[in-house]
Design a protein around this ligand. Structure first.
Ligand code: RI2
Length: 315
């Protein structure tokens, strides 16, 4: 049984308990954690270092199952170490490569959010009324950038039960001077007639352009379609799942029932079953555009981007 360091365990718990949350931040935190692991031991050779880093990475991947950004960022980091290891370099040289790989991922990830803001803000017009769900750094960046360009924007923010991440979004945007209205998730249909565009983030994007995001996103997208309101998704390309290209499904995280009702109440009603899925799948036909750092893609075009990113060939 492998013993994981305090650094790894702490980071794993922070992600699992959602002290650290949001698909992009989870990915950066995982890579930052692996960077700390690099120098934790005096590895006798490259193979020992590689297997230690692989075990650490595989462990962190288990913290949350749905956000594909987590395994993608870890796999990308490990791949670069593996390539370095094949070049016959020394442990110290491979460690230097690893540190650089971690820094590069974090920098590129932050850069991607800015780029998404630049690209996405062009899709927002002066006078738009927007609706956003949950708390996405990428969606917030698009909205904030449009606001800083002088566009007069109003934003409806769903509270996002059961963990109320919508409050984080509402506060962040209000602090930047935007006109914010916080609404219950169940009021989305009531207000949809006032909304010009829906903008949300993504935890994962499948090869067929379906978007996996906070539970409730698919209901909002369906309501938007009913009232012919456009739905935009802001997401970095490392949230696209290469495994879905081969037909794998993305696991939907199910969290503890105590997030829905207090334990004491549940104990009083032992016959009541509780389900608490953290995410849902919005089919591609409910999404108008996906804003990435590499440009705008209709959801049906994601497969082409995926093939480019991973050099995937049909077998
Ligand atoms: P960024 C969050 O998941 C939300 O579902 C949000 O839309 C998504 O990650 C993407 O967030 P959770 O960690 O990466 O709150 O755009 O379950 O910040």
């Amino acid at each position: 049984m492998v013993e994981f360091s305090d650094n790894l365990q702490k980071s794993f718990n922070n992600i699992k308990t959602m002290k650290v949350r949001g698909a992009g931040l989870i990915a950066r935190t995982a890579v930052e954690t692996l960077k700390v692991e690099i120098d934790r031991e005096n590895d006798r050779d490259v193979t020992a270092f590689l297997s230690r880093m692989t075990e650490a990475g595989e462990y962190l991947k288990l913290a949350r199952p749905t956000a594909v950004s987590l395994p993608n960022s870890i796999n990308n980091f490990l791949r670069q170490i593996q390539v370095g290891a094949k070049s016959g370099s020394s442990v110290e040289e491979i460690k230097a490569i690893s540190r650089k790989a971690a820094d590069m991922f974090i920098e590129a990830s932050l850069e991607a959010i800015k780029k998404i803001g630049e690209i996405g803000s062009k899709r927002i017009s002066d006078g738009d009324v927007l609706l956003t769900h949950c708390n996405s750094q990428s969606a917030i960046e698009v909205i904030s950038m449009a606001h800083s360009q002088g566009k007069n924007i109003k934003v409806f923010v769903t509270e996002t039960r059961p963990r109320y991440q919508g409050r984080l979004t509402a506060a962040a945007l209000a602090d930047r001077g935007l006109d914010i209205t916080l609404i219950p998730d169940s009021a989305a249909r009531l207000y949809m007639t006032k909304i010009d565009k829906v903008i949300v983030g993504a935890d994962a994007i499948a090869a067929n352009g379906a978007v996996i995001n906070k539970i409730g996103t698919s209901q909002i997208a369906a309501i938007a379609k009913e009232s012919r309101t456009r739905v935009m998704v802001a997401a970095e390309t490392y949230k696209i799942s290469p495994q879905t290209f081969l037909g794998e499904l993305i696991e939907i995280e199910e969290r503890d029932g105590s997030e829905i009702a207090p334990k004491e109440w549940l104990n009083l009603h032992p016959n009541i079953k509780v389900r608490n899925p953290a995410f849902d799948v919005t089919p591609s036909e409910y999404i108008d555009i996906i804003i990435t750092e590499m440009g705008l893609f209709p959801p049906q075009g994601i497969i082409l981007l995926l093939k480019d990113l991973y050099s995937l060939l049909p077998s």
